[in-house]
Design a protein around this ligand. Structure first.
Ligand SMILES: [Zn+2]
Length: 371
């Protein structure tokens, strides 16, 4: 399958366009791959982290047809500077010095269709480092490179936004944008507006990487592609050395466990679902999925695997439905989607008698930003 693809020069943008990927940092379980494979025309996997190449290779040995990308996630441990925008891997016992072009050229060997550049995190306001990140990728040979731009959310605020837009416009490659914040970045309307401005300024260029259902907003508003994390830490990238917070609420003794809730189309902690439904949670009705009550998942090994598959099967049909829409109709699709979610919330309040159930702050921001 990849042999045929190599005969023509295919640009990275063409390869990833109009897809919502699953982002995974460990070996991807067979159930997730099977779910993605059912919708392989609109999806694929981005392997994230230091083991990305190994995980990609392992997956491609078993599932050759699935579209795969590799992101070493250098921005998690390295800060870009104007003179060293990328993290060059340490001694790999090779006589030839590491280069982005060489890295990209090896990709086919591990079964990767595209590679993300190993760019460092760009400090707030460091335009020179940002320019260097983009230039390094622009200058590399190879058509399968996506430029990784990992930025703290402050870059999207009014103060820094103009410089971010200017530099992104200089990119001749698709840009994998990773927005880093302590809380959900898009709960802040200014940051959400910043993302919209980026999508407007760079239509068809932004791959919104490592996000949650915001992926749907991006695809509906001129984004090139997106990835939704298989785990919480891949849906919400936090500053190095910090812990993610979704909401400021009292500490719990139990580790959170996030479940995709169809209808309201959000990932919710199981403790919230227990508070809503008690012992009477609805069963999963997603086609080909688990048929389990939504509150029945635990941290046990078999369960976490089943939950991971459920969480991917949750958003895949939604992504497929949106992507089937002509670009010109997508805003209308989004509008309808927001209305359906609102209705699902209203029904949920009636059904449970819990009047305090509300969408996440970011979902309210997206609905309010109009489409
Ligand atoms: Zn399910």
């Amino acid at each position: 399958m990849s042999a045929g693809r190599e005969q023509v020069r295919v640009e990275a943008a063409e390869v990833v366009a109009d897809r919502v990927f699953a982002a995974a940092s460990s070996r991807v379980v067979a159930g997730i791959i099977a779910a993605l494979n059912e919708r392989s025309a609109v999806s694929g996997i981005v392997h994230v982290g230091p083991r990305a190449v190994t995980n990609c290779r392992e997956t491609s040995l078993v599932w050759a047809g699935l579209l795969q990308a590799v992101d070493l996630a250098a921005y998690e441990r390295y800060q870009a500077t104007p003179s060293a925008p990328m993290l060059v891997p340490g001694d790999d016992h090779s006589l030839i010095p590491w280069s982005l072009a060489g890295f990209a050229a090896d990709a086919a060997e591990w079964g990767a269709d595209v590679v993300f550049s190993p760019s460092g995190l760009v400090r707030v306001g460091d335009s020179h480092a940002l320019a260097a990140v983009i230039e390094a990728s622009n200058n590399a040979e190879g058509s399968r490179v996506v430029t990784t731009v990992a930025v703290p959310q402050e870059w999207l605020t009014r103060t820094h936004r103009p410089r971010l837009l200017r530099e992104l416009q200089h990119s001749t490659r698709p840009v994998a944008l990773v927005v880093i914040g302590q809380l959900d970045p898009y709960e802040d309307p200014e940051v959400a507006q910043g993302l919209l401005d980026v999508l407007d300024a760079c239509p068809g260029k932004i791959f919104h990487h490592r996000t949650d259902m915001t992926a749907i907003e991006t695809l509906g508003r001129k984004g090139l592609a997106a990835s939704i994390g298989v785990t919480t830490s891949l849906r919400h990238t936090i500053p190095p050395g910090r812990r993610a917070q979704k909401r400021r609420r009292p500490a719990r003794s139990r580790r959170p466990l996030h479940v995709f809730v169809p209808g309201i189309t959000e990932f919710r902690d199981i403790a919230e679902l227990e508070a809503w439904f008690g012992d009477d949670a609805p069963e999963c009705a997603l086609a080909g999925c688990c048929a389990r009550p939504l509150t029945s998942f635990s941290h046990e090994a078999g369960d976490t695997e089943l939950l991971a598959v459920h969480n991917v099967r949750g958003w895949l049909p939604l992504a497929e439905d949106l992507i089937a829409c002509q670009p010109g109709d997508r805003r209308n699709w989004l509008r309808q989607h927001h209305l359906q979610v609102e209705t699902a919330y209203a029904e949920l309040r009636v059904e449970t008698g819990v009047r305090a159930i509300r969408p996440y702050g970011s979902a309210r921001v997206w609905s309010g930003l109009g489409v």
